[in-house]
Design a protein around this ligand. Structure first.
Ligand code: TYM
Length: 335
């Protein structure tokens, strides 16, 4: 097997946690970009199942979510003939490299991570060590595959910076092993906000179902959620810091239609919030309807999903093992 599918192409890698049904935020901030990158980059995309247990999961739910997330990868158009699509825990080198990297990461660096602070406040009864050291596992996910780019939403930027710091430090201490990757963050919708509280990011773990649009919501549900989206009382459709709700909806509409904020503002000049929210809801529903139809098809064929993710893991393992052995050797292990 060759080291790269096509040596002219830059490599991209990203992962998504199977901690709930994926949202419009995941889609516009990351997955849509994954799909767009497939032809121009050599891509690897993984379901980050090991990450999901940093918060407590029901085993049966976790299992179902892993299948569902993989099926959604396929449903949005990720193509196993073009990209390597796999499940993180199937490649043991992720957890193994994470140990090597942990011993080269400082406690203080982890303690600064804002996601750790947020999540430990939210799950005060389960502030486990995995939640704390999560960015090291994420660094391992990335560095094993020596990618040039990591497509993510804006909320993962800090984690990516720490992955870069860890790579640079490891290379300085032991010699060149890791490539230092660049973030690849969309210029539009890098942070899709909650429909109920536009000061917070849209999240699949939000307890308020109206706060997020799931990629599997039906048309009526999507339209209803946008109709109920929290906005201000002024009726102008313009982007502004003091209009976070409307600004979020303009961003979503523009990202789906491929329009700039300005173009969206012009399109809806003189119209009211009711018309605008309906248009956003319908546009998003049209974008997601084929994804849901594809998903229903993929999720009903478990044997095919299993064949695909086993095949993906085999391809990923080949690359991961090479980097892992190199790192072990540099540190002084006998391999
Ligand atoms: P996760 O599973 O929370 O989210 C998956 C991807 O979706 C993006 N995203 C968003 N983008 C815009 N607006 C939002 N509201 C929004 N919510 C989520 C995230 O930025 C992400 O790109 N730690 C990662 C998963 C991970 C990973 C990795 C990513 C594990 N290992 C290695 C890249 C490389 C996470 O929890 O993403």
């Amino acid at each position: 097997m060759s080291d790269t599918v096509n040596n002219n192409k830059k490599r991209a890698l990203s992962c998504v946690q199977p901690s709930g049904v994926l949202t419009l935020g995941n889609y516009l901030g990351a997955l849509k970009n994954f799909k767009a990158m497939q032809d121009d980059f050599e891509c690897l995309f993984a379901v980050a199942d090991l990450h999901a247990i940093t918060v407590r999961q029901q085993p049966a739910n976790l299992r179902a979510q892993i299948y569902a997330t993989y099926a959604l990868f396929l449903a949005i158009g990720l193509d196993p003939d073009k990209s390597t699509l796999f499940i993180q825990s199937h490649v043991k080198e992720h957890a193994a490299l994470s140990w090597l990297l942990s011993c080269n990461t400082q406690f203080g660096e982890m303690a600064r991570m804002t996601q750790f602070k947020d999540k430990s406040a939210k799950h005060a009864d389960n502030i486990n060590v995995g939640l704390f050291s999560y960015p090291v596992l994420m660094a391992a996910d990335i560095l094993l595959y020596t990618p040039d780019f990591v497509p993510v939403g804006a909320d993962q930027k800090q984690h990516l910076e720490i992955a870069r710091d860890i790579a640079i430090r490891f290379n300085n201490n032991y010699g060149d092993v890791f490539k230092v990757p660049e973030p690849y963050i969309p210029t539009k919708c890098a942070r899709v906000m909650s429909l109920q509280n536009p000061a917070q990011k849209m999240s699949k773990s939000d307890e308020n179902q109206n706060a997020f649009v799931s990629l599997l919501d039906d048309t009526d549900t999507i339209i209803r959620k946008f109709k109920r989206a929290v906005t201000d009382s002024d009726n102008r459709i313009i982007c502004s810091d003091d209009k976070p709700g409307i600004t979020n909806l303009i961003g979503i509409y523009g990202a789906v239609c491929g329009k700039t904020n300005k173009e969206v503002e012009e399109e809806f000049e003189g119209k009211g919030y009711g018309d605008f929210k309906l248009a956003v809801g319908e546009t998003v529903a049209n974008e997601l309807a084929p994804i849901k139809a594809n998903y229903d098809k993929y999720i009903s064929d478990k044997a095919e999903l299993e064949r695909l993710f086993r095949d993906g893991a085999e391809k990923a393992r080949y690359l991961a093992n090479k980097t892992y052995r190199k790192a072990m050797k540099k540190v002084g292990f006998v391999i």
